[in-house]
Design a binder for this molecule. Sequence first.
Ligand SMILES: [Zn+2]
Length: 172
Amino acid sequence: MSVRPILTAPDPRLKAVSAPVARVDDDIRKLIADMLESMYAAEGIGLAAIQIGVPKRVLVMDLAQKEGRREPRAFINPKILWASEETTSVQEGCLSVPDIWEEVDRPARIRAEYLDRDGTLQILEADGLLATCLQHEMDHLEGVLFLDHLSKLKRSIALRKLQKAKRLEKAG
Ligand SMILES: [Zn+2]
């Protein structure tokens, strides 16, 4: 397993549309292991493969870390089957958009299907943080960042903040 560097906006690779995984094999399981290590190292709760530069439809997530536990999950070729009309607004952040947190409006509940690490089809009903996080990570597979859900004004303010932070990082 290895920790891989996480791409940050405006890296053009983050705009790529990721390709479906044809077969869940050891290469994919190795990718998942690397993604989890990279996510834990960066103290994130979710990561899409494209965030480490791999344009494949693979996500990892662990929402249990706050309680000091580890419950790693992997989602391969995830697809939303149903989304509630009811929406919820949650403050989101992203390892590819460091230090920026903004409220994003999304469906409150979803039903999704995906393949697990063994390549078995799973159906999941999600609400709360899991629903928000899954939708956020699935956006990455389409080359969409949470910033893209904001108003033009909010997005440009956030991007300016991000660029300023990057310049300071370089200078320091
Ligand atoms: Zn993200």
